[in-house]
Design a protein around this ligand. Structure first.
Ligand SMILES: Cc1cc2nc3c(=O)[nH]c(=O)nc-3n(C[C@H](O)[C@H](O)[C@H](O)COP(=O)(O)OP(=O)(O)OC[C@H]3O[C@@H](n4cnc5c(N)ncnc54)[C@H](O)[C@@H]3O)c2cc1C
Length: 248
């Protein structure tokens, strides 16, 4: 596509078409959405999605990180949505938005971004769907052809709940610049993870000492983000080099 067709930024709502649905885990799906008005975005940014909800006068909107890379194309974006049981929007996106559906989306937004200008080594700390923006950054680096060291500390409930598991495994073995340390909170017998508990200070300190990050990103539930940020600061990380995104 030509630069002239890429708007920056894209503040207006537009109707995207769901062109692919990927079942990542029992509770998480990736939706690939074709945008009629593609917008340039940076790896790690997010879009808002709004849907009509019965009994509500106006559509309800939620933020979803972009899991895809802006390279080679921004015409189709991918979001990764984890179903929050009892929630208004995520259950509809996960269970009732098949290929061919239309979704109102608006974006991109956010400064939780990485490009080659930020350099590395990069430490990424994620819990659950907090991995989505990191996938955007990792896929971007693969497409861009740079090789800054990236390490993902990733907390999941158990093996079957690891979002992007096969792709992460493939990238770890094929790239040479990606490392992943899994921690599982509810699968004590699994041989896969390096750790078997929630992300805590000791874990962050251990990974920090190995990775020696120039920049660190933390994404997930607010409490986890705060705890990890504190642990990174105590480990000696420059506050200006820590970026956080809270999924509240
Ligand atoms: C910048 C940003 C990026 C994000 N990116 C992603 C992403 O990539 N993937 C992703 O999955 N999520 C992401 N999120 C989270 C997402 O925006 C939604 O918050 C999430 O999907 C839940 O929305 P929901 O409408 O389904 O649930 P909500 O309706 O907001 O409800 C959330 C939870 O609270 C409970 N609840 C609601 N009301 C009550 C009540 N009155 N009393 C008790 N409990 C209640 C519900 O049962 C549900 O479990 C992101 C958030 C932010 C801020």
């Amino acid at each position: 596509m030509t630069e002239a067709r890429v708007r920056r930024p894209a503040p207006a709502w537009q109707s995207g078409e769901v062109v692919e649905v990927i079942e990542e885990t029992p509770e998480t799906k990736s939706l690939r959405i074709r945008l009629p008005e593609p917008a340039a975005f940076l790896p790690g940014q997010y879009f808002n999605i709004r849907i009509p909800v019965e009994g509500r006068p106006r559509p309800i909107q939620r933020a979803y990180s972009i899991g895809s890379s802006p390279l080679p194309s921004v015409e189709v974006i991918e979001v990764g949505v984890k179903e929050m049981v009892g929630g208004l929007v995520s259950p509809v996106l996960v269970r009732n938005t098949p290929v061919g559906s239309t979704l109102e989306v608006r974006g991109p937004y956010g400064s939780f971004t990485w490009t080659e200008e930020d350099g590395g080594p990069v430490l990424m700390v994620a819990a659950g769907s907090g991995v989505v923006p990191f996938m955007g950054m990792i896929r971007y680096q693969r497409e861009r052809g740079t090789s800054f060291p990236m390490h993902l500390l990733f907390s999941s409930k158990a093996g079957e709940f690891v979002i992007y598991r096969d792709e992460l495994d493939e990238l770890v073995s094929s790239t040479g610049w990606l490392g992943v340390s899994h921690t599982f909170t509810r699968d004590p017998g699994s041989p896969i993870p390096r750790f078997r508990r929630r992300i805590d200070k000791e874990m962050v300190t251990e990974i920090f000492a190995e990775v020696r990050p120039r920049i660190a990103f933390v994404c997930g539930p607010p409490e986890m983000v705060d705890d990890v940020e504190r642990a990174l600061l105590e480990a000696g990380m420059d506050p200006a080099a820590i970026k956080t995104e809270k999924y509240d």
